[in-house]
Design a protein around this ligand. Structure first.
Ligand SMILES: Nc1nc2c(ncn2[C@@H]2O[C@H](COP(=O)(O)OP(=O)(O)OP(=O)(O)O)[C@@H](O)[C@H]2O)c(=O)[nH]1
Ligand SMILES: [Mg+2]
Length: 317
């Protein structure tokens, strides 16, 4: 087995293991609804609707999927119950593509401006800092030079946590004292990155969500400062959502997309939850690409989202 095969096998294992709970839950429910049935009929579709909703796909997206399957059943006249899994997989993969959540590019940053600036946002505890550490690790492995900016100045521990990740990955972290202006930290980080010809900058932000106006003002201020140093920055506003919170993640996405222009999503903590269906629903409701998924606390437990791999892993390849 070549090195490449070894790594792709390892990645598949991480994905399968991470999605295990969602898969088990969905799979067993699906098996139950088709058990003893020969074809996909109204009853099966009613049950399927319930399965998708209880798997946190969300009501709107579930109805969309059911409608598509209904159309397909109507067209094909007879669809056997065994085919349900395949059809479901096709329709979900198709839906993800239509929602801009296709296969995301890797960490090569081809054709991207340099430094490529990523601002990471999201409420407390969703996994922002951890995701930044994991991302920095992957960019570094891809041969990129990186600067991290500790613009979550709200808690001393937040700065400390990013510094620890910086040491672990071996990348510089720009910081100021606790309570300092986040925009000023962003300024310093981009300035250092620019004068050192860095390829990537990732900025951590505080997850406070007192109110939409306050959040919007703060994020706008950080963005304006970035744009002054690196025109066009931030190139990516990455919203981190905790997948294990299910419907709550939808709520957070609503609030953040109203406060700022979110360009990409990272959905974390898919391991240890049966709510992995949120990835499908959130992609469909917000039409923002799901770029990364978090599958554990370890440094290698972050993957670039690939729709086919995801769907295959969820429904058994
Ligand atoms: N199981 C699992 N845990 C994760 C994942 N991502 C993050 N965590 C854990 O979630 C907890 C919170 O992560 P942080 O990265 O500190 O979250 P944060 O958004 O930076 O939080 P604040 O700085 O408080 O706003 C930590 O214990 C992480 O190890 C994941 O994909 N899977
Ligand atoms: Mg943090």
């Amino acid at each position: 087995m070549g090195l490449f095969d070894f790594f792709s096998k390892q990645k598949k294992e991480t994905l399968d293991k991470g999605l295990e709970k969602t898969k088990e839950s969905m799979f067993s429910k699906l098996s139950r609804i088709v058990a003893g049935k020969s074809k996909v009929d109204e009853d099966v579709l009613d049950d399927l609707e319930e399965v998708l909703i209880t798997s946190d796909v969300g009501v709107n997206t579930t109805l969309k999927i059911i409608e598509r399957i209904e159309d397909r059943v109507a067209k094909d006249k007879y669809v056997s119950a065994e085919e349900l899994n395949t059809i479901l997989r096709d329709e979900i993969a198709q839906l993800l593509t239509e929602n801009n959540t296709g296969d995301m590019e890797d960490f090569s940053l081809e054709g991207q401006p340099s430094p490529y600036v990523i601002m990471v946002v999201g409420v407390n505890g969703v996994g922002k800092t951890t995701t930044i550490g994991k991302l920095a690790n992957q960019f570094k492995k891809a041969g990129k030079s990186i600067y991290l900016g500790a613009a979550d100045t709200f808690r001393a521990a937040a700065v400390e946590q990013l510094v620890i990740w910086g040491e672990r990955v071996g990348v510089p972290v720009v910081k100021q004292s606790m309570g300092s202006d986040p925009a000023s930290v962003a300024f310093d980080t981009l300035s250092s990155a620019k004068s050192n010809n860095a390829d990537v900058v990732i900025i951590d932000t505080a997850g406070r969500l007192h109110n939409k106006v306050g959040l919007m003002n703060e994020l706008t201020k950080i963005k304006n400062v970035m744009n002054k140093i690196v025109p066009g920055a931030p190139h990516e506003v990455l919203l981190v959502l905790d997948g294990s919170t299910g419907q709550n993640a939808f709520e957070q996405a609503t609030q953040f997309t109203a406060a700022t222009d979110v360009t990409a999503l990272a959905i974390t903590k898919l391991d240890g939850t049966a709510k992995g269906g949120v990835v499908i629903g959130i992609s469909d409701q917000f039409k923002i690409p799901v770029k990364y998924i978090g599958l554990g606390e370890g440094i290698d437990d972050l993957q670039v989202f690939r729709r086919k791999e995801f769907v295959d892993s969820l429904f058994g390849g």
